[in-house]
Design a protein around this ligand. Structure first.
Ligand SMILES: *[C@@H]1O[C@H](CO)[C@@H](O)[C@H](O)[C@H]1NC(C)=O
Ligand SMILES: *[C@@H]1O[C@H](CO)[C@@H](O)[C@H](O)[C@H]1NC(C)=O
Ligand SMILES: *[C@@H]1O[C@H](CO)[C@@H](O)[C@H](O)[C@H]1NC(C)=O
Ligand SMILES: *[C@@H]1O[C@H](CO)[C@@H](O)[C@H](O)[C@H]1NC(C)=O
Ligand SMILES: *[C@@H]1O[C@H](CO)[C@@H](O)[C@H](O)[C@H]1NC(C)=O
Length: 429
């Protein structure tokens, strides 16, 4: 009790670090490798699709997407889609309802990074929420490769197949990749692994073929959730760790363009104040930590009533939090409403959103500026003609975990640290 009280007191006094220990700054200059994380030029944020993708990835039931629409809410039509139009009457539980079919929309992932596989340069998504690496390749039918850079194993002198190897990963119920397994030299920002195992899909879902900005994924979760047979196989991060100065991957995602991932060192120039070290529970294969308290704007700190566990997922766009947090947040947003047909909270786009603060591991208070929570236009008010927007923070629908994706990560400098394992958090510069 005493501890809790003093924590609350500290919390109310400080906007940044709540207590030690902090991570000591490295003194030596060692091996480290930087890679740009590029905001996709073709990226059109679509909130309901991003939410659907996140629910699918984590097997969260889609409870409300088929709910009754608010009378005067007119959702945006999704354009580049064969699957969307006129599905309004589709039975509950179907994937193809309303304006929110996920297969109809490109991947919700905003950033890609260049990776060199067997000497060939391909843009991949870095995903700390999964542990398989796979690359679109010439074993896929040519018709599916339009607009993609396909890895060609025949053009690599270092590639070899893994005899009998198989992988089959599904990111929820409709997005998947499966096929054979191979090994080749993989290099990210100059950090090189000679015999990295990765999947060479012979089949991928439409969501991946449509998404021409990306040619696959680099899973950076814990190797225990790798799906390969024989397996589990080690992630790139696990393989490269021993050759790094420090076994870390840092992420500085930026809302306005090019961010950076860096393997091997914690660059002091990328953050201000202290870096706070929070312990990670890797038992589920995720970068999982405790995030049990929050504050809206200047309001008081409150405890979430749902599960306080959260994971840091670079491969998810939105921040999915405990539903009581989400309700409390939108209560402070003028004109915000829950819209069943898009499964989430909407609000007039002209409204300024309040900041949201979250206590991480009861040590660090991360403040997500309201402007980062503003996600994308989602429709309009039929009565007033006002534009309505979809919030970047949405409910995790009572799931076991809160999923803290890019909306959250963009407001921080984050260190994925294999020692512990642990996560370091600081205010970015
Ligand atoms: C549309 O605007 C009216 C008047 O401001 C408001 O009462 C209603 O809740 C709004 N509906 C939506 C879906 O925002
Ligand atoms: C890979 O492509 C990226 C972006 O197109 C480029 O910046 C990078 O220099 C390329 N790297 C190599 C090794 O070709
Ligand atoms: C891949 O796994 C899913 C279940 O996760 C299964 O339904 C599907 O049949 C598998 N596909 C192949 C080709 O093994
Ligand atoms: C939101 O947080 C930022 C710091 O991240 C602060 O500068 C700003 O004043 C806050 N805005 C409000 C409305 O509290
Ligand atoms: C963070 O804490 C863990 C223990 O939870 C420890 O093993 C690790 O070395 C710490 N990291 C740093 C950079 O101090």
């Amino acid at each position: 009790m005493h501890l809790l009280l003093s924590f609350l007191l500290l919390f109310s006094l400080s906007y940044t670090v709540l207590s030690i220990p902090t991570i000591s700054r490295p003194r030596r200059e060692g091996r480290s490798f930087r890679v740009e994380q590029v905001k996709r030029s073709d990226y059109v944020a679509h909130g309901p699709a991003a939410l659907r993708n996140a629910y699918r990835k984590y097997g969260i039931a889609l409870t409300d997407f088929n709910g009754v629409d608010l009378e005067d809410f007119e959702p945006l039509e999704v354009k580049h889609s064969s699957a969307v139009a006129g599905d309004q009457d589709t039975a509950p539980g179907s994937d193809q309802t309303g304006a929110v079919s996920a297969t109809s929309v490109q991947s919700d992932v905003e950033f890609v990074s260049p990776v060199v596989v067997g000497g060939q340069n391909v843009s991949l998504i870095f995903d700390t929420g999964s542990a398989d690496m796979w690359v679109m390749n010439t074993k896929l039918p040519e018709s599916l490769l339009h607009g993609h850079t396909a890895f060609d194993p025949k053009k690599s002198r270092t590639f070899h197949d893994v005899e009998g190897g198989e992988f089959n990963i599904s990111y929820g119920d409709s997005s998947y990749a499966y096929g054979g397994v191979g090994k080749d030299t993989v290099s990210i920002g100059g950090a090189t692994v000679a015999e990295q195992t990765f999947g060479l899909p012979t089949s991928v879902s439409e969501s991946f073929t449509e998404d021409t900005a990306s040619n696959g994924l680099v899973g950076l979760g814990f190797s225990s959730i790798n799906t390969m047979q024989p397996g589990p196989q080690k992630t790139f991060f696990d393989n490269v760790a021993a050759s790094l100065d420090e076994p870390v991957l840092t992420a500085r995602l930026r809302s306005d363009g090019v961010g950076e991932y860096e393997f091997g060192r914690v660059d002091q120039r990328k953050y201000s104040g202290s870096l706070v070290n929070i312990s990670v529970d890797a038992s589920n294969g995720f970068w999982q930590f405790d995030a049990g308290q929050f504050a809206v704007g200047d309001g008081p700190l409150r405890k979430v009533t749902g599960r306080s566990i959260a994971i840091a997922d670079t491969g998810t766009s939105l921040m999915l939090a405990s539903s009581d947090l989400v309700q409390a947040y939108y209560r402070e947003v003028g004109g915000a409403l829950y819209a069943g047909s898009v499964g989430g909270y909407i609000y007039p786009c002209k409204t300024d959103l309040p900041n949201l603060s979250v206590a991480l591991g009861n040590k660090f208070k991360a403040t997500i500026p309201g402007s980062f929570i503003h996600f994308a236009e989602v429709g309009k008010n039929k009565t007033t003609g006002e534009q309505l927007c979809f919030g970047g923070v949405q409910s995790n629908e009572g799931s076991d975990m809160q999923i803290f994706g890019d909306v959250f990560l963009k407001s921080l400098f984050v260190v994925f640290d294999q020692r512990g394992p642990s996560l370091g958090f600081a205010s970015p510069t």
